[in-house]
Design a binder for this molecule. Structure first.
Ligand SMILES: *Cc1c(COP(=O)(O)O)cnc(C)c1O
Length: 409
């Protein structure tokens, strides 16, 4: 079954009235026939729902669907991508542990890793997640490596298989943020990733609601001497990680997804394959135009000139995702360019159906110093473009006219 078919025909139970999509179960609590029955639901001895912070049919349908599409054994939906990143890590970490991550991560994740220091969790940053960069840094304290398969906005691409192989020989899990890659480009579990997280606010739903999700494929062995919290969940076998999340931190922190947003994710996902196909085609055509034009410098991983071109070919089948960045020469020119664009919305998001542009240095990375910005591939003259599904000739014409005026005061 191809991705588009799978997105429309995931295994699911028939809705009572034949609804083609799981409806929005917009309630807080679920009523039961007897005290005994509710007791069983509370003790996971019977299916069913008790309280929406813990589980809800619409949220459950979204979790099952993304787990199926990602080839995982289960998923836990969260109120946002940041909640998913936080919960995915805190589910296994304790004070004294170390994470290794790439310096080119999404700005919010970098800020989170700084916040975690107050709880005794340190992060070591490397320029790019490669076996060479990781090998000398792995210690007894390293409990997770966190990467974005395509860094946003650095647009560096991780060779997932080689990195996962190295980490597994040290009994360390690879947690992959697949927001920018999506299952359209890659099935990260097939390459050895252990936990996949998404900000489903982006490509998964197409830009209509904030949400996040954690998916597990159950293959990582959580050694109880290294991951002490896992001992209690050994009885769940390969579901130990998900059971710990559901029964512990995720539930108790209250980072649940609302039924309405789960529904928006379900609708959005139906067109994930179609949107990604169009987005990747548009991004490549726009990148090729910009490179050929030559007046700004463009970075897009699927361009033949990218250092990641070969990896994009082997790992993503030649697709480069929907984000590109360009450098204009100065902040003034970058602003002038952005202000000139007719179709691109000036907005801090990616994965929308419409083209979005932003100047990351003055916005998403405003809290970072110059060194941190450069490590993340953020420069004063850099613009990030999240390419949309518009007709590409219109996008190219728009970008061309904006460049024509870039020198004007
Ligand atoms: C947006 C984003 C996040 C955070 O997601 P929210 O839904 O905004 O909380 C995390 N990782 C990546 C790669 C993102 O693009």
């Amino acid at each position: 079954m191809g991705l588009n078919t799978a997105l429309l025909h995931p295994p699911k139970e028939k809705e009572p009235c034949g609804a083609t999509l799981t409806p929005i179960y917009q309630v807080s609590a679920f009523e039961h026939s007897s005290a005994e029955q509710l007791e069983k639901v509370f003790h996971n001895q019977s299916g069913g729902f008790a309280y929406t912070r813990i589980s809800n049919p619409t949220v459950d349908a979204f979790e099952k669907k993304i787990a199926y599409i990602e080839k995982g054994i289960g998923a836990v939906a969260c109120s946002s991508g940041m909640a998913a990143v936080s919960m995915a890590l805190l589910n296994i970490l304790e004070s004294g542990d170390e994470i290794i991550a790439s310096a080119g991560l999404f700005g919010g994740t970098i800020d989170l890793f700084r916040d975690l220091e107050a709880f005794g969790i340190r992060t070591k940053f490397v320029a790019h997640i490669t076996t060479e960069a990781l090998a000398p840094l792995l210690t007894e304290r390293t409990k997770a490596v966190f990467c974005e398969i395509i860094g946003n906005p650095a647009l560096d691409v991780v060779d997932v298989k080689s990195v996962a192989d190295l980490l597994h020989s040290h009994h360390i899990p690879l947690i992959a943020d697949c927001t920018t890659a999506t299952p359209y480009l890659v099935h990260a579990f097939d390459l050895g990733a252990d936990i996949v997280v998404h900000s489903s606010s982006k490509y998964i739903n197409g830009g209509n609601a904030i949400s996040g999700v954690i998916v597990d494929n159950g293959s990582f062995h959580w050694d109880e001497t290294r991951y002490r919290g896992s001992a209690e969940y050994r009885k769940y076998g390969k579901f130990a990680y998900l059971a710990k999340l559901r029964n512990g931190l995720w539930r108790n922190m209250g980072a649940c997804l609302s039924p309405m947003n789960a529904f928006l994710n379900l609708i959005g996902m139906e067109t994930l394959g179609l949107r990604m196909e169009r987005l990747c085609d548009n991004a490549l055509a726009l990148a090729q135009f910009l490179e050929h034009d030559g007046r700004v410098t463009v970075n897009y991983p699927a361009l033949a000139s990218s250092p990641y071109a070969a990896l994009v070919q082997s790992q993503f089948g030649g697709r480069g995702g929907a984000i590109l960045t360009l450098r204009t020469g100065s902040k003034e020119k970058a602003f002038r360019f952005v202000n000139r664009l007719r179709y691109a919305a000036i907005a801090t998001n990616i994965g929308d159906v419409r083209t979005l542009v932003i100047h990351p240095s003055s916005t998403i990375y405003a809290h970072s110093d110059t060194q941190q910005k450069e490590a993340a591939g953020v420069y004063d003259d850099l613009i990030r473009v999240s390419v949309g599904i518009e007709d590409v000739q219109d996008l190219i014409a728009d970008f061309r006219q904006a460049i024509d005026h870039i020198e004007e005061e």
